[in-house]
Design a protein around this ligand. Sequence first.
Ligand SMILES: C[S@@+](CC[C@H](N)C(=O)[O-])C[C@H]1O[C@@H](n2cnc3c(N)ncnc32)[C@H](O)[C@@H]1O
Length: 366
Amino acid sequence: MQARNIMEDIVKKYLDEMLALRFDICTCEICRQNVIAYALSRLPAKYVTTDSGAIHTIIEQVRVEQSSLILKELMKAINVIAKKPRHKEGQDRDQAYKLLMEQIKADRGADFSHYRDKVLKRRIALRMRARNVNSYSKYLQVLIHSPEEYEKLFEVLTINVSSFFRDHAVWDKLRTQILPELIARKKQQEAGIRKIRVWSAGCSHGEEPYSLAIMLYELLEKEEVEINVEIIATDIDKDCLAKGKSGRYDQMSVKDLKPQYLRRFFIPIKDEFQIVPHVQEFVHFKELNLIHDPGIMGVDMVICRNVFIYFNRSLQEYLIMKFHGALIQDGFFVMGNSENLMGEARQVFKNVDILLKIYKKIIPEP
Ligand SMILES: C[S@@+](CC[C@H](N)C(=O)[O-])C[C@H]1O[C@@H](n2cnc3c(N)ncnc32)[C@H](O)[C@@H]1O
């Protein structure tokens, strides 16, 4: 019959409870194992045969009888080991990471559980380096004591890199094929109701919706019929939206714009460039969390580029179907270059340009 040291079970359980409340020490697996080994070496072993039916009662009895000794030894082990970890710090630790994300959710209501851990960890590491801490538990302390750090953290977590006409091949295709097709469709409609509606989801500072607005303005000025344009630009990040709404960009932001676009569609003001009002008025900015908020319905096109990369597979599938629901029949869906249709979505979108990630909504035959 096999015998096992039930003291180990009790120590592990106590330790989990104690570590859950400690943010000031290393909680990595290596330290956890070392703390357990240290405490066990100083506690009396209690061997019980594993097939004993009464094992849970025995564990409970020993736990009650020895609790103060076990807690004392565990505290000592934590002080000796986890307070001064011998391994290189920064190898921190699934448990501490989980606690950090739970605390962010509890404090700010921001749920990143559907985001990809790999991407999040890389971004959090940037803030840890900036604050000169090398463990998630220490970074959590920073957030607790300096809540303004949250703003910086959210900035890197929802990173908002963008540029005007990002990926030129995609914009050429939009200008030469996709937008003319949309315009032709609208021309079939009665005057007065002709409107092109686009949802730019994850629009960052507005570079993407304004690129579209510029392109549509150029195409529509050649038309004899009047077609209205409404581009609904949404993002989770309030600061980005405020910048987008202002329509003002610095020199770096416009450096890759074709000179004719810069001359025609931007007014230089000191060192900055202000988008012209007749293009600006096409774009309406709105705060919208793609995961929790309802989508923008009845649109001719959804452009959601370089946003999916943050989300895990099941959330990507969910979002693609959400965009499918938002589009009218034959509406277009544009993804980022490194993003792909997943799961059910392959049946409900048809490829328009597989390389440029442009698709058209279809409703499959029943
Ligand atoms: C890399 S930018 C993409 C900007 C633009 N679409 C482009 O391709 O240039 C990603 C944007 O997604 C936004 N984002 C991240 N998570 C989001 C969410 N859950 N809901 C809405 N927007 C989100 C970020 O705030 C950020 O502005």
